[in-house]
Design a protein around this ligand. Sequence first.
Ligand code: FEO
Length: 395
Amino acid sequence: MGFTINEKVTWVGKIDWELRRFHGDEYSVDRGSSYNSYLIRDEKTVLVDTVWKPFAKEFVANLKKEVDLNDIDFIVMNHGEIDHSGALPELMREIPDTPIYCTANGIKSIKGHFHENWNFIPVKTGDTLKIGQNDLVFVEARMLHWPDSMFTYMTNDNILFSNDAFGQHYASEYMYNDLVSPDELYSEAIKYYANILNPFSSLVKRKIEEVVKLDIPIDMICPSHGIIWRKDPLQIVEQYMKWAQDYQEDQISIIYDTMWEGTRRMAEALAEGIKEVDDKVNIKLFNTSKTDKNDVITEIFKSKAVLLGSPTVNGSILTSMAAIVDLAGGLKFKNKKGAAFGTYGWSGESVKILTQHLENAGFEVVNQGIREMWNPDDAGLDRCREFGREFAQAL
Ligand code: FEO
């Protein structure tokens, strides 16, 4: 059921405690999520976004308890992806002529998904919809995170409906940033940024600068997933500015997979070497076949440097590492250094392949990496410690 946000705005979305995978099977969700839809009642009645398709019937049934659907004057779709537009067919069956305000790309996206010629009204940055005491001002937010995305700003109440931006996959019965664990909230927000928004960081920065220049008051940020930012709402905007600008912490991540423990033993010796040079840096080891790939990506995002390891298998690298380097390549990390390591028995291509992936992904390659044959002996582990020391010194 919905809850009241203020005199004019009611949340009418869906909290999905059961969600464990998102974007097909690509994004792991540990704490559920929500699909936030908002009903604005001024002189005009406006619905902002809907929910994911599996909850369409429930959404429309609950919405009917809040409002006579025929009283909805306008629908605003900030973004056409199915998790927000999925209930539109169910809703539009009841109110087929209601105007849908979205960007020109939003029309393409929604038509592409549902093949319906609804009453679309294209909007662009600065367009304003008068709804009574308040206006709705549209701000295109291209690539945050799709080409069709936009924000809707409600004047007087000073609410920014930001859609995916500033969101998190995080379910809570409390729904406000001052009522949930900040550690959990920021852990989900950074995972969301690293895995979804990072490739568009330059656009994130530019969009935030553009909105800041408008000098509009923002009392609340209502995203389309997770928690609403009402206490010090600009804290997440400031955090996004940090994340958008070549973010790194004092962390080195050693990310590897292993067949017969040799590459794991190398990883541990590398960590020992790094620690001998710098006992303050946060050193973390992740076996990619045992660690969630989105969590590994989040750790890469936080790192100033990574060491990537795999033994050579079939002239290549292990598949869990192949998935990580492919994913990391698309996420376009910046301001990070790296090198590769791995064991081999025969041909030994893995280190070269991982080094190439680092280069392709935009990492500054510190050196050409280290290989050890079979399972390293004491001398081999000493070489790994020395490599770790040199790597730490080179950062
Ligand atoms: Fe939450 Fe881009 O959809």
